[in-house]
Design a protein. Structure first.
Length: 219
């Protein structure tokens, strides 16, 4: 049996690659790929007790992306504002606990990006269907802005908009696939970011959906 250059290159090629985006932000390609199936199973389980729902912004707009949370606090929005809540306003019960493998993934991804000792207490879970989008915003409701954000993509691909320091600035467009993880913090912790309208598609793990997890130190 012959072993050609192509075989050699494919076994040397890392399953994951670290791509710096800018000082403070890193794209970890494929970092969660091998855990994606388990993550989706855990998300389905969480959504059974804390269902995905379309929240309303303080301005009265219904968000096109459906959201839920797990962890000690969950991000919510309604007519009274954006904030973290210890209980799910829909059920009155505490948010489901953050599964240990979620916490481990967030800690490992943060460390791979240079942020050691990350201890997330909140995980916002977003569900996108084709045509839905997340407009440019900053994650600024967390009490601890020294901790990074760890963002995990699952299912359908998306175009992540990243890197403007004001809402009117032109962000970079970064293609994200299932298993990719983006980490940002430090000088870029309060950068504007968003997600372009999701293209139509079908993914073996999630069907016509993209799920994103963002891990935060909120309390
Ligand atoms: O879905 C994404 O990739 C980003 C999500 C996000 O920025 C957020 O939930 O605050
Ligand atoms: Mn965000």
């Amino acid at each position: 049996m012959s072993f050609g250059l192509g075989d050699l290159l494919s076994c040397l090629e890392p399953a994951q690659a670290i791509e710096p985006i800018a000082a403070g932000a890193v794209l970890l390609r494929g970092f969660a790929r091998e855990r994606a199936r388990c993550l989706v199973a855990a998300i389905d389980e969480i959504a059974r007790s804390a269902p995905f729902r379309n929240m309303v912004t303080p301005g009265g707009f219904r968000m096109s992306v459906a959201m839920t949370n797990c962890g000690r606090a969950g991000w919510v929005t309604d007519r009274t504002g954006y904030r973290y809540e210890p209980a799910d306003p829909m059920t009155g019960r505490p948010w489901p606990p953050m599964p240990r493998p979620f916490r481990r993934l967030a800690l490992e991804a943060a460390a791979a990006a240079g942020y050691t000792g990350f201890g997330p207490d909140a995980c916002l879970m977003n569900l996108y269907e084709p045509g839905t989008r997340l407009s440019l915003h900053r994650d600024e409701n967390e009490r601890d802005l020294t901790a990074p954000i760890v963002s995990v993509s699952l299912g359908l691909p998306a175009v992540f908009l990243f890197g403007s320091h004001n809402r009117g600035g032109r962000p970079r467009r970064i293609g994200l696939e299932s298993g990719d993880v983006v980490v940002w913090g430090g000088p870029l912790r309060l950068v504007y970011h968003g997600v372009a309208p999701l293209a139509e598609g079908e993914h073996p793990l999630t069907g016509r959906r993209r799920i994103n997890l963002t891990f935060r130190k909120a309390l």
